[in-house]
Design a protein around this ligand. Structure first.
Ligand code: 9MR
Length: 739
């Protein structure tokens, strides 16, 4: 709130303070509105499309149009307000309007049946007035909406609101969460020959007894826990129960400690075969530019082709640049949708693409036939004589190639950073029903180097199957490399995040090094060698930081690099893997991700899977069992042996994520739509609470618990291609290492 407005409010005569309902005595007074003071930003408040709004002098002001029919045709509102049944709520706000008008202040469910807790009409004029109302909610849920509705005006006016507060409810923000049993297991299945441990939350400072029951409730093993101690990332006091010696295949096992019983789980010879397949299957279901057919994806996931130029889509067939940034259009059909949104982003796409091709190259080197079989996946190309994982990656590679600036145009050879909608579309919106115009965003050095890297790798892996395509990839990669050298500092801005993600990156030395590595591996051209100058560190890798991929490619393809380089890279990969194993073992829950500052990032589950990939690579280099075991325990973390007792993989476990943020797989919002397909990985705990649902429901969370399985929590619960590619890689490793 600005000083000017504060003074105006303070000067109000008491008679203007309208209190229509007495405020009931209430034990606690929890604030439920986010950003009710509008000190600088508008979020998470929004207004109807016909009602432009902005923060002005520390207030939220909205231009209300004349001539709308219903009161709700012009709204200013905040969503995702948690409501508890039977609890009173007190609404306070200050408001003014540029002329005398009536405005409705409404607290109700955001969607049908729109159950109302409060609906009060206030008379406003140019002098700010303060109000206070109370109502009792009859419903419980996270989908409350506080709105100011002023449709039906005969003349346009400007409405300004400030100091909006809604207090009430008995559950403190961030409180009342129930993680079920304190005995946390891999809810899917342990590998017969692998480690089998549970993490148990227990205050005792001495070991406690555990029992393993089979499906008929008979104890088949027993022992005592080891006290692991305080777990900093979760705040839990944790014990470990080790039942690795049990090797009897079966389903419906439970681990019992005291009165508490774990979720059921299996012991199986190779539980990861199915997961490896499902995690890869995610990509077919995410394809753009082609109908998703029931015979491959199953009836629930079938849908018409998205963005192929059929109304109401504007299509990706002739996409212009953002106005004023170029004079051509490109056909950029195809590729995978990035995540819950329908944008297509080169940097993220190339990383996911790399990871699929890397999984193939690993399987080639490690003699894993399943990982590179034709017929592995349920996709149209599954009997074309090409490994399915390559068929799937090609779907993305073709898109990446199409994003390159054509010869003869300014910045020729560079690569457009991304293509996405002008504005964010609502949830749910099926891709073929997206009416938004889509634009190419300007080229960036990072995107250009990502194509150089993935293109060079494509040339390598496709050479035996399709020479012409391999050649096309190599030409594009070399052209991109030259263009990046000529334009080494064209950065995608972090502000470009309306209608799509920014994927901003202003540090591209790591992309140069990674691209040079891939180009050298494919061509043996020594000119690339001197650009390989990054090393893997415990920071790992992500779409933004790709430097570690250089070392990983060097050790994956040792015959293609100078021996000294291979030896040095090998040493570093092992040292980083050792650090991850230590991190995993030092924690109460087996997460190989332990950030130095203790804070979990957006998409932390992909950091878990990517770090597991590094450990897996150490296994491939040494065949030391402890690396394999550490990867399998990382899978335990993702599949339920964690602080939330939550499997982050849809369809895998009794308490598995299924409400991930997605515009098509939005079952939580529309029961006729499916949940994400089995094998979809949720982003996972993110301690920065970067969406309103996380901010409302997770304040004060310990880092490892900052997660909520709600469709609107995009910062903790989205799915994304670069996260599923990490899961697909590690699951394929786990499957091949489970034999
Ligand atoms: O994965 C991305 C994460 O590292 C960033 O912090 C975040 C905010 O910029 O964006 C994530 O990527 C999202 C992208 O911007 C848009 N599509 C969905 C992606 C996953 O949430």
């Amino acid at each position: 709130m600005s000083l000017r407005f504060r003074l105006a409010a303070v000067c109000l005569p008491p008679a203007l303070l309208v209190a229509t309902t007495a405020v009931p005595a209430h034990a606690a007074s929890y604030e439920r509105v986010l950003n009710g003071t509008f000190d600088s930003v508008k979020t998470p408040w929004w207004s109807s499309g016909n009602t432009p709004s902005r923060v002005e002098l520390g207030r939220l002001c909205a231009d209300v149009p004349a001539g709308t029919a219903n009161v709700w045709d012009s709204m200013v509102a905040e969503n995702d307000i948690p409501l508890e049944a039977g609890q009173p709520y007190t609404l306070r706000f200050t408001a003014s309007a540029t002329r005398s008008v009536s405005v409705h202040s409404v607290l109700q469910l955001a969607a049908a049946p729109y159950t109302t807790t409060l609906n009060k009409t206030v008379a406003l004029g140019p002098t700010p007035k303060s109000f206070e109302f109370t109502g009792t909610s009859t419903v419980a849920g996270l989908r409350g909406q506080l709105s100011f509705q002023q449709g039906g005006a005969t003349e346009a006016f400007t409405l300004c609101i400030d100091d909006v507060s809604l207090t009430g409810g008995a559950v403190a923000p961030g409180g009342g969460r129930d993680f079920g049993s304190p005995v946390r297991v891999n809810q899917y299945g342990y590998t017969t020959s692998g480690p089998k441990k549970a993490s148990v939350v227990d205050d005792s400072t001495t070991p406690v007894p555990w029992r393993l029951l089979n499906a008929s409730g008979t104890a088949v093993a027993e022992g005592r826990t080891r006290v692991q101690g305080e777990d900093a990332e979760s705040g839990d006091h944790v014990h470990l129960a080790d039942f690795s010696k049990v090797r009897t295949v079966g389903t419906g096992y439970t681990l019992v400690v005291g009165d508490a019983s774990s979720e059921p789980f299996a012991i199986a010879d190779n539980p990861y075969k199915t997961l490896a397949k499902d995690a890869l299957g995610f990509f077919y279901a995410s394809r753009s530019g082609t109908p998703i057919e029931a015979q491959y994806a199953g009836a629930a996931y079938a849908r018409p082709a998205g963005h192929v130029g059929v109304a109401p889509n504007k299509g990706d067939t002739e996409v212009p640049c953002l106005p004023g940034t170029c004079d051509y259009s490109l056909n950029v059909q195809g590729g995978w949708y990035d995540a819950g949104d329908q944008g297509k982003y080169v940097v993220n796409g190339a990383l996911a693409d790399w990871q699929l091709m890397d999984s193939y190259e690993r399987s080639l080197r490690q003699g894993d036939r399943t990982g590179r079989s034709d017929g592995l996946l349920s996709i149209p190309e599954n009997s074309n004589g090409v490994p399915d994982v390559l068929d799937e990656s090609r779907w993305e590679t073709e898109f990446l190639l199409s994003m390159q600036v054509p010869a003869g145009k300014p910045l020729a050879g560079m690569v457009h950073h991304k293509v996405h909608d002008l504005a964010w579309t609502a949830l749910p919106t099926r891709p073929d029903r997206d009416t938004q115009p889509r634009y190419l965003h300007p080229p960036s050095t990072a995107a250009t180097l990502n194509l150089a890297a993935a293109g060079a790798q494509c040339a390598r892996v496709w050479a035996p199957y399709d020479r012409a395509f391999a050649q096309r990839c190599l030409t594009a990669a070399r052209t991109a490399w030259q263009a990046a050298l000529a334009h080494p500092d064209v950065y995608a801005p972090d502000s470009d995040s309306v209608g799509g993600g920014a994927y901003d990156d202003t540090e591209v030395g790591d992309e140069f090094s990674w691209a040079a590595t891939e180009l050298y591996a494919t061509t043996g051209d020594r000119r690339y060698l001197r650009h390989i100058d990054t090393q893997i560190t415990s920071a790992g890798f992500s779409w933004r930081d790709t430097g570690a991929l250089a070392d990983l490619t060097v050790v994956r393809l040792p015959n293609r690099f100078p021996a000294r380089m291979v030896a040095a890279a090998r040493k570093r990969v092992l040292a980083v893997a050792d650090g991850y194993v230590r991190d995993e073992q030092s924690q109460g829950y087996p997460n190989p991700y332990l950030p130095a500052d203790g804070a979990y990032v957006w998409g932390s589950n992909s950091a878990t899977a990517n770090n597991a990939l590094v450990i897996a690579t150490a296994y491939d280099l040494t065949h030391r069992g402890r690396y394999r075991d550490a990867v399998l325990e990382s899978m335990d973390y993702l599949l339920g042996r964690n602080a939330l007792n939550q499997s982050f993989v849809t369809g895998y476990g009794t308490r598995a994520s299924h409400n991930q943020h997605h515009r098509t797989w939005a079952h939580q919002l529309d029961a006729t739509l499916p949940a994400p397909p089995a094998g979809s990985l949720a982003g996972g705990p993110n301690s920065a609470l970067q969406d309103p649902v996380a901010q409302q429901n997770l304040p004060g969370c310990a880092p490892a618990t900052c997660y909520i399985d709600d469709i609107f929590s995009y910062s903790t619960n989205e799915v994304a291609i670069n996260w599923n590619s990490a899961l697909a890689w590690t699951a394929a490793f786990a499957a091949s290492a489970s034999r």
